[in-house]
Write a new protein. Structure first.
Ligand code: GAL
Length: 708
């Protein structure tokens, strides 16, 4: 008899328990043997996805041989093959996968196995439609696309438990299997099914204990929204409410509940695999880049994290042809976000060429695919896999390029680029000094980026102006920090701030007294803290402080915050700093500096003309800088962020927008997402190893310094 490990009550109890663990605890606990197994290989192992079930069996061996001959060291299979692994309820068929693994092994490839829980088979929908999620319009989803299940559904959880157990028992000691990816791009879709409803009530009951505690947290005295029993609480459904009607506190709890549900779904699978598998195999998942639909810090059983990266799908951030080079912040943010969780990360899917799912699907510029691989390597990735070996001939992703073209054997243009770059990196890897210390001049800039999913959800729930976009706001500060050449980690409130000489907390809206105190100590001991618009408005519950606006940070920033403003696009808003005037519309914290605080930027119009928009002050051995305005182009923010390092006497790089430099194992690696060329001034004696200066768009320059 199998006992469903994923039963809802247990899952909910696990969620509650882990919600109290600090991220630092989690990171320590997660220096696992699995990550060590990964590190026994190349500094960055490179592989490629393959779907045996999509191709005639007599082509499998040819395809695996082709991958190995090109230089890939592993392949990745099975994450969508549930219908073949369990063709009928309870009947498993692993023979075809055994054969595929055998052929991959003969070709010399290691294998990563996916658990196919994102794509259940048709018999499940036929007999158990309740496993599908119900959307916000009450529509139950159905078989025919992937990832449409209710992660709260006990029946679905039982099917997952049975399949993952069978897979782990069958492959857990198979030495040809290197590691596991559980699920695929886990996300938290809105789920209004009865199962989700029940699970949400249990989650609330565990969190609050009494209905009065929940009413107090949710502002139940407002508009008669209080409840007298948890059984009355419905999943907050924004489509049923006109503007502003739902409690923002209920909505943040819903986001937490969904992230916990997904996090524990992943943990439960990882725990099952670890129960049956050899410790020589590792377990990860492939998160969708930095996404607020999941929270990797809520899972504790994965050995390390990986993410998927598709930089070119129509967006144009830096103008001109940069749409074909890719979004400049994505990789850096993902590396900064996932790396600190366990100290190890990988890119599980890297765009191999043109994709099919963007609003517009342009070709990547020649050089772009190569540059992303170098950038991932430079950022410290330990594993990199491209999605996918073959260009599909049918199915919903048939317009998606692969490493080889539609004939199954000829390299695509971008496939050729990928393979050439793989060889370049493999040859540099033999020279890397794994023990080289980060040079002091770079370490001196190390920056912690304080990040909280709760704060992000809270911002998204009450943006207050349609011009507010939490994603691009975050990108602005990422790009500003990275323009200095600083190593950057996304860290959490429980982490040790003192490891970073610089700490930035953009739009950190929810600030507890404890966090304000932790910031104060950090600064007193010599840290340089940068706070920005909206910071400190609310407490950790998402309520306003009973006191002056932004009460807990006022003594820290050395300002009073008189209020805040935002403008319609038709209005004028200007701010002046260092003789330059810039436009703003999105957000303006109106600052009144106290004695000893220096003004960096001033509002030029409206009734608060002359009031401060940005300030800085010394406190103890460190400094606090407050950037209250969000300008239209982010230039002012970039300049002020850069000036914080300079005022602290720390040397920074002078890089144009879109150009970034990273250091790994003794080598400097510069990438150019900008549609213009850039002439770097390299230090004297620098030895160029790869590429050339000036650095053309979508190109890479690798050099070694004469002296570290
Ligand atoms: C990813 C997904 C893959 C595939 C790919 C296509 O987001 O994880 O399964 O769909 O997109 O670009």
């Amino acid at each position: 008899m199998f006992r469903p490990l994923l039963a809802t009550a247990l899952t909910t109890a696990m969620m509650i328990a882990s919600a109290t663990a600090t991220p630092a605890d989690a990171a320590n606990a997660r220096q696992s043997q699995g990550a060590a197994v990964l590190h026994q290989r190349e500094p960055m192992s490179i592989g490629v996805f393959y779907y045996p079930e999509q191709w005639p069996r007599d082509q499998w061996q040819r395809d695996f041989n082709g991958m190995a001959k090109l230089g890939f060291s592993f392949t990745h299979m099975a994450e969508f093959s549930w219908t073949y692994l369990e063709p009928e309820e309870g009947r498993f068929d692993f023979k075809w996968l055994d054969d595929a693994i055998d052929m991959a092994n003969k070709a010399g490839l290691r294998v990563i196995l996916g658990t196919p829980t994102g794509a259940p088979p048709s018999w499940m929908g036929e007999h158990y439609p309740e496993v599908y999620r119900v959307d916000e319009h009450g529509q139950r989803h159905e078989h025919g696309i992937r990832a449409e299940v209710s992660l709260s559904n006990a029946k679905y959880q039982a099917f997952v438990t049975r399949l993952v157990t069978a897979m782990a028992q069958h492959y857990g000691h198979d030495r040809r299997v290197w590691g596991w990816q559980v699920d695929n791009e886990p996300s938290s879709f809105a789920d209004f099914s009865d199962s989700a409803q029940d699970a949400f009530r249990q989650w609330l009951q565990h969190k609050y204990g009494t209905i009065d505690a929940m009413n107090a947290a949710w502002g139940g005295s407002f508009w008669s929204t209080r409840y007298t029993s948890f059984n009355q609480v419905l999943l907050p459904n924004a489509t049923l409410a006109a503007e502003d009607k739902l409690s923002p506190h209920a909505l943040v709890d819903l986001a937490r509940f969904q992230a916990d549900t997904t996090g524990h779904f992943l943990d439960a699978q990882a725990a099952l695999i670890k129960k049956y598998a050899s410790p020589e195999q590792w377990v990860t998942t492939n998160y969708t880049n930095v996404s607020t639909a999941t929270d990797p810090r809520r899972s504790h059983d994965l050995d390390f994290t990986t993410f998927t990266l598709y930089p070119v799908a129509g967006a144009n951030v830096l103008g001109g042809d940069s749409y074909a080079i890719g979004k400049p912040a994505n990789l850096m943010e993902a590396a900064a976000y996932f790396r600190p969780i366990t100290g190890t990360f990988g890119v599980m899917e890297l765009q191999p060429g043109q994709v099919n799912w963007g609003e517009i699907n342009p070709q990547p510029m020649p050089g772009a695919v190569s540059m992303w691989i170098w950038h991932a390597f430079a950022s410290g990735a330990s594993l990199l896999s491209t999605y996918r070996y073959r260009h599909p001939l049918r199915g919903s992703e048939m317009y998606h390029e692969g490493i080889v073209s539609t004939d199954g054997v000829t390299l695509s243009r971008t496939g050729r680029e990928f393979v050439d770059t793989m060889h370049e990196i493999q040859s540099l890897e033999s020279k890397l000094d794994a023990h080289a210390q980060l040079p002091k001049r770079i370490a001196a800039r190390s920056t912690g980026y304080l990040w909280s999913q709760d704060v992000f959800w809270d911002l998204e729930i009450q943006p207050q102006t349609t011009l507010w976009n939490s994603w691009s706001y975050r990108n602005t500060y990422t790009l500003a920090v990275k323009s200095t050449g600083a190593p950057m980690d996304f860290i959490a409130e429980g982490d040790d701030f003192s490891r970073y000489p610089f700490l930035i907390a953009p739009a950190y809206q929810m600030v507890s007294k404890a966090l304000a105190e932790k910031w104060r100590n950090y600064v007193a001991q010599g840290g340089h803290l940068i706070l920005t618009s909206r910071t400190g408005q609310k407490n950790e519950l998402g309520h306003f402080h009973e006191g002056p606006w932004a009460a807990p940070i006022l003594d820290l920033i050395g300002d009073d915050v008189d209020g805040f403003d935002m403008l319609p696009a038709s209005a004028d808003g200007h701010v002046t700093a260092a003789g330059k005037t810039r436009e703003w519309h999105r957000w303006a914290d109106i600052l009144s500096p106290r004695a000893g605080t220096e003004v960096l930027a001033t509002y030029a119009d409206h009734y608060y003309a002359g009031k401060a928009a940005a300030t800085t002050r010394r406190l103890g051995k460190g400094t606090v800088t407050m950037i209250g305005v969000s300008t239209d182009d982010g230039e002012l923010e970039r300049e002020i962020v850069r000036s914080v390092y300079q005022r602290a006497g720390v040397a920074i790089e002078d890089l144009p927008k879109g150009v970034f430099v990273e250091w790994r194992g003794g080598y400097n690696m510069m990438v150019n997402y900008n549609p213009q060329s850039f002439q770097p001034s390299l230090p004297q004696g620098a030895q160029i190893i790869h590429g050339k200066a000036p650095l053309a768009p979508a190109q890479v320059l690798v050099w070694k310094d004469a002296t570290p």
